[in-house]
Design a protein around this ligand. Structure first.
Ligand code: P6P
Length: 359
C-alpha cells in the first residue's frame, strides 16, 4: 500500500488508530510521547561532537559497562517523559537495575521496555547508534488510565481511580504479545522504524521542521541476504556448528551468491537497519568467551524481542539458534540475555539447519 510522502508520523499513527474503532487513543498517545523523547535525544546526539556530553559519566550500569553521558541523558529523557504520560504502568531500561515505576496517578495500561542508546561504545567515534523500544499491554489491563478526583486524607487531589502501578510480571511477557516495537537510528539522518503489527514503516526526521516524515512505507526485508554481520573476533569461542555456518558463507559458490560480504558495525541498530533495508543476517550467538554470558551479549526484552517483531512483520525471522524463535521465549528476568540470529528468512532458516546440526 503506497502512500504519498509528506505524511507525518503523527498522521500515520492516527490513521492506524482509525483502523481500530475500539481504540481509545492510548497507544497513539504513548507513541507520540516516545517520539518527542526521540527528537530530544536526536538533538543531543547530533550535538555530541560540540557540547560537553562526550566522555564517560564515571558510572557503570547493571551490565558492568561504562555509562556514557549520552546514555544517561537518553535514559533520563525517556524515563522522565514516559513516567508522567499516563499511558504506561511500568518500565524497564538497559540502564536501570530494577523496574522503573511511573508517577502516582499516571498509571496507564501499557508497559515500556527500552534500550535508551544502544551501541553507546560508538558514541565517541561518531558511528550510528540507536534507541530500541518494546510495548506490551499490562497483564492486569483494566483499561483506561483513569484520572478521577477522590477524597484523600490530605483533601481532594487528582488521583488515579485505583489503577495500580505495574510490576516486573507485566514486563516479563513473550515477544509475540508485543503491541508495538521499533527503533530510532541516529545516523546520517535520524530515522524511526516501528510496527504495531500492521507492517513496518520508516520515518525520517527533518530537523529543520522537527517532524518525522514517512520515507519508507511498508518495509519488506529482501528474501535472501547479501551481507552477514557477526563479530568474527569471537570465532574461537563459538561452537563447531556456528563456525561451519560462517565458513560456509565465505566459500565461493557464485550461483548461490556466496561468498557473502561481511558488514559488522558493532552497533546493533545500525547493523540491523542495513540488513532490513538491503538484505542481511545478523548473528550474536552463544559463545564460551565469558562464563557470565553463556547466552551471548544481547538482551531479550529491549533488544532481541522488539527487533524480532519488526523483522517478522517485514517478512524476516529471528531465532536463538538453539531451537527457539525469539518471539516465543517466555522471559524469566528483566535483563535476560539470548543468542540472536536475525534477518532474511531464507538465511535464518539456513543458519538454523547448520546450528542444529542438520547440515
Ligand atoms: P561486540 C553495543 O555495545 C552492543 O550492545 C550492540 O549494539 C552490538 O551489536 C554489540 O554490542 C557488539 O558487541 O562484542 O561485537 O563488540
Amino acid at each position: 500500500m503506497y502512500r504519498p510522502l509528506g505524511i507525518t508520523v503523527s498522521r500515520h499513527i492516527m490513521d492506524l488508530q482509525r483502523m481500530h474503532p475500539e481504540a481509545t487513543g492510548d497507544l497513539s498517545g504513548l507513541l507520540n510521547e516516545l517520539i518527542v523523547a526521540a527528537k530530544t535525544i536526536s538533538a543531543e546526539v547530533n550535538m555530541a561532537g560540540l557540547a560537553d556530553v562526550l566522555g564517560m559519566s564515571g558510572k557503570t550500569n547493571i551490565q558492568g559497562e561504562e555509562v556514557q553521558k549520552l546514555d544517561e541523558f537518553s535514559n533520563n529523557t525517556i524515563k522522565k517523559r514516559m513516567a508522567r504520560c499516563g499511558y504506561v504502568c511500568v518500565m524497564t531500561s538497559e540502564e536501570e537495575d530494577d523496574i522503573i515505576p511511573v508517577s502516582e496517578g499516571y498509571e496507564g495500561k501499557y508497559t515500556l521496555a527500552f534500550d535508551p542508546l544502544d551501541g553507546s561504545s560508538n558514541i565517541d567515534v561518531n558511528v550510528s547508534i540507536g534507541t530500541i523500544f518494546s510495548i506490551h499491554r499490562r497483564k492486569s489491563d483494566d483499561g483506561e488510565p483513569s484520572f478521577g478526583r477522590r477524597s484523600t486524607d490530605s483533601g481532594d487531589e487528582w488521583q488515579s481511580a485505583g489503577d495500580e502501578g505495574g510490576s516486573a510480571e507485566d514486563l516479563l511477557q513473550k515477544g509475540s504479545r508485543q503491541v508495538a516495537a521499533g527503533y530510532i537510528i541516529y545516523g546520517s539522518s535520524t530515522m524511526l522504524v516501528f510496527t504495531t503489527g500492521e507492517g513496518v514503516h520508516g520515518f525520517t526526521l527533518d530537523p529543520s521542521v522537527g517532524e518525522f516524515y514517512l520515507s519508507h512505507p511498508d518495509i519488506k526485508i529482501p528474501g535472501k541476504s547479501k551481507y552477514f554481520s557477526v563479530n568474527e573476533g569471537n570465532y574461537t569461542y563459538w561452537d563447531e556448528n556456528m563456525r561451519r555456518y560462517i565458513d560456509y558463507l565465505k566459500e565461493q559458490d557464485l550461483e548461490g551468491g556466496r561468498p557473502y560480504s561481511s558488514r559488522y558495525i558493532g552497533s546493533l541498530v545500525a547493523d540491523f537497519h542495513r540488513n532490513l533495508i538491503s538484505g542481511g543476517i545478523f548473528l550474536y550467538p552463544k559463545d564460551n568467551k565469558n562464563p557470565a554470558k553463556p547466552s551471548g551479549k544481547l538482551r531479550l526484552l529491549y533488544e532481541a524481542a522488539p527487533l524480532a517483531f519488526v523483522v517478522e512483520q517485514a517478512g524476516g525471522r529471528a531465532i536463538t539458534g538453539d531451537g527457539r524463535d525469539i518471539l516465543e521465549i517466555e522471559p524469566q528476568e528483566l535483563h535476560q540475555r539470548v543468542p540472536l540470529i536475525i534477518g532474511c528468512r531464507y538465511d535464518v532458516d539456513e543458519a538454523e539447519d547448520f546450528l542444529s546440526g542438520k547440515r
